[in-house]
Every structure is written in C-alpha cells, then in structure tokens.
Write a protein that binds this ligand. Sequence first.
Ligand code: FMN
Length: 153
Amino acid sequence: MNKQKNLLVVHHTKSGSTMKMTAAIIKGAKKTNINIRSISALKASSADVFWCDGLILGTPENFGYMSGAMKYFLDEIYYDCLEKKEGLPYAIYVKAGNDGTGAIVNIEKILSGLSFKKIQDPVLVVGDLDKIALSRCEELGHLMAAGLIEMIF
Ligand SMILES: Cc1cc2nc3c(=O)[nH]c(=O)nc-3n(C[C@H](O)[C@H](O)[C@H](O)COP(=O)(O)O)c2cc1C
C-alpha cells in the first residue's frame, strides 16, 4: 500500500485576508485523506519541509515583495533543503491590494533555486476576496492533495 501523503501549508497574514485563503485551501485539501500541517511562516522549519510531499505557500504582497515573514521562512529553510527536496511539488497563493506580481516572481525565483516543482499557476487575489476567489483557493488545496495522493506530480 502507498504511504499516506503529507501536505504542508505555510502562511502569513497581517490583517486576515490571506488567512481566509488559507482556510479555503485547507478545506479543499480536507476533501481527501491527506495529512495536513498548516503553520505560520514565522514558526515553520526545514523539518516541516522534510516531512511534506507537497508544499503550498501563502502571503500578502507587501512593498512589491512577499511578506517579511515568508522571506524569513525561505531564508531559514534554503540551505537545509538545497539539493535534498528537489522536485517537491509546490503552489503559491497571494493576496494583494493592487498588484501581487512582485511577491509571486520572487517566491518562484527562490523555489526554482531549490528545484521545487510548480504544479499550477499561483492563485492571485487582487482587491476583494469574494466567493469566487475563495473557491479558487479551495480548488487549489483539493488539486494539490488529490494530485499527491494519485502521484500525478
Ligand atoms: C505595509 C503594506 C505594504 C503593502 N504593499 C503592497 C504592494 O506592494 N502591492 C500590493 O498589491 N498590495 C500591497 N499591500 C496591500 C496588501 O497586500 C493587502 O491589503 C492584502 O490583502 C493584505 O493581506 P492580509 O490581510 O493577509 O494581511 C500592502 C499592505 C501593507 C500593509
């Protein structure tokens, strides 16, 4: 029998919007029987990355970049994970006021340095977080979890 799969969701929020996206992602992933760890970017560690079979990262865009907390997480894990988790499936979700591209581009640059594998385009929500945006998050969580279980990534 195949080993049970593990999904890590690492997130940061300042005023709560990204956390609502996180909750929707977890709701989607919970439609499967995957193990889920949902951890703040200030608390997650390389041990969590070693544990997981798939990674989802969520951040607001701040000053044209990912949040400081998300950058802290990536700084923390980078050298521990370098050449040790190549091919790790990942996806990103970003909440922004009017742009979001700076956060996405810079996270992707770092994860490409780690040779992690992007499984779908980021979910970027600019402005209002409406039902459609939250359902896109739910779909992302479900797609990632189902794909890991079915070993399609
Ligand atoms: C300090 C600060 C800097 C921000 N910089 C940007 C930015 O560069 N680009 C953008 O699109 N939105 C920017 N925003 C807007 C936030 O990305 C947006 O309000 C987001 O929904 C916050 O997410 P949160 O509720 O999860 O903290 C900024 C907000 C703050 C507080």
